[in-house]
Design a protein around this ligand. Structure first.
Ligand code: ADP
Ligand code: MG
Length: 389
């Protein structure tokens, strides 16, 4: 998709030329899974798949939106005078939620808009389409309305849409990756302090392949909340003797020496994942800084093993993709990415092996699971931005 195709789709819907076109990416997380609510580090990147928005400002206070991905929902309208949550808003709740959360901070806009949305992120795949659309709104507020607010504050507003406006228990990684991404770079983010550093990802003939289970992540919300509660309970038990704020304050040795305090097999496993995954994420950042893709790959594999055995969030579909990927030539590493149970995995694959890789993993997956997987190459891309004509 490009400016011209978006403009013509907009014209079919709204009978006029759009004034501007914006793009907001999806994200993958290279490593650092389920560390975000444990005061640990995450290491995500924005990708070249995402959500486009063709936009024109209106003269009144009306907002009208249409999504090419959800055409049955039709054109949805609301007024800037009432930004409260309303069932009828359907998917536009993410946009309205941004306007609502920012209005609460005194950042209002005076004129409405028409917006035509078209995304190419696979549906329900855990590549964070919700953060993508939230931050599409944020970019429009910066560029088309000139709102005076920092990018990081917009990231926080995006998280508030999910936590406050929609009542979902999610961390800040997704919005951060989507809005702060840079081409060919990943972001090491300390979720405790929001300090972040970019790491160049020099792939030297390798690419990141996204492998989609095409399995909806039905269980994700309840299991996610359960894992959160388990980590919190483990932390509480450690805190009876240790002066720590989060699991991310411990290294692996400190954890081993004190895990007897937790005194429960399951809770020890959950907490161990959070602690060691955080350490692995820091080592993965160092490996990339040193251009050591091979070590990076091993850490990626170890992350999956830990998510399988200790955190128990993988499932047959993700395990089949990842374990089959490990057996293929030219693969440096593979793991699930995102919340797990379904959604996507990633593999670091030698470019010349990609076709054979997709065929081999695809055939095994189809045979074992009974429906085909999908594969995409992930180019690490810039965060949300305006498209030039
Ligand atoms: P994820 O963020 O993992 O992709 P979510 O369930 O959090 O999954 O968010 C998906 C929701 O975001 C969709 O159900 C829809 O409401 C909204 N959404 C994402 N992309 C689009 C789009 N292109 N057009 C309309 N709505 C979208
Ligand atoms: Mg989401």
């Amino acid at each position: 998709m490009d400016y011209a195709s978006l403009a013509s789709e907009y014209k079919e819907t709204f009978n006029a030329e759009p004034q501007r076109v914006f793009f907001s990416p999806g994200r993958i997380n290279l490593i650092g899974e389920y560390t975000d609510f444990n005061g640990g580090h995450v290491f995500p990147a924005a990708i070249s798949l995402g959500t486009y928005g063709a936009f024109s400002k209106r003269d009144d206070r009306k907002v009208r939106m249409f999504s090419a991905n959800l055409p049955k929902a039709g054109t949805i309208e609301f007024s800037l005078d009432d930004l409260s949550y309303n069932e009828a808003d359907n998917w536009t709740k993410y946009f309205k939620g941004m306007l609502f959360e920012l209005a609460k901070q005194g950042k209002t806009i005076d004129k409405g808009f028409d917006l035509y949305v078209h995304g190419n992120l696979p549906d329900g795949s855990g590549l964070s389409s919700s953060a993508s659309v939230e931050m599409l709104m944020a970019q429009i507020l910066l560029d088309a309305y000139g709102q005076d607010i920092s990018r990081v504050d917009l990231v926080k507003a995006g998280q508030l849409v999910e936590n406050d406006y929609l009542g979902l228990n999610t961390g800040i990684m997704d919005q951060f990756a989507v809005f702060m991404g840079k081409q060919d770079q990943a972001i090491l983010l300390d979720t405790n302090t929001l300090k972040y550093q970019y790491a160049p990802v020099k792939m030297d003939g390798y690419v990141v392949v996204i492998m989609n289970t095409k399995k909806r992540r039905e269980l994700t919300d309840s299991k996610y909340n359960e894992r959160r509660a388990q980590c919190e309970e483990a932390l509480r038990r450690l805190q009876t003797k240790l002066d720590i704020q989060t699991l991310g304050d411990l290294n692996g040795d400190q954890f081993d020496e004190n895990s007897y305090l937790i005194n429960d097999d399951i809770l020890i496993k959950r907490a161990r994942h959070a602690v060691v995954e955080n350490q692995r994420t820091l080592r993965a950042f160092d490996a990339l800084q040193n251009n050591d893709l091979s070590t990076f790959g091993h850490l990626v594999n170890a992350s999956h093993i830990s998510l399988h055995y200790d955190f128990a969030v993988t499932g047959t579909e993700l395990d089949t993709l990842v374990e089959t990927a490990w057996q293929q030539p030219g693969v440096l590493g593979a793991r699930m990415t995102g919340a797990g149970f379904g959604g996507c995995a990633i593999a670091i694959v030698k470019e010349s092996n990609v076709d054979a890789f997709e065929k081999a993993v695809g055939d095994t997956y189809n045979e074992k699971i009974g429906h085909p997987a999908e594969f995409y190459i992930a180019h690490l891309a810039d965060g949300s931005h305006e498209l030039t004509k």
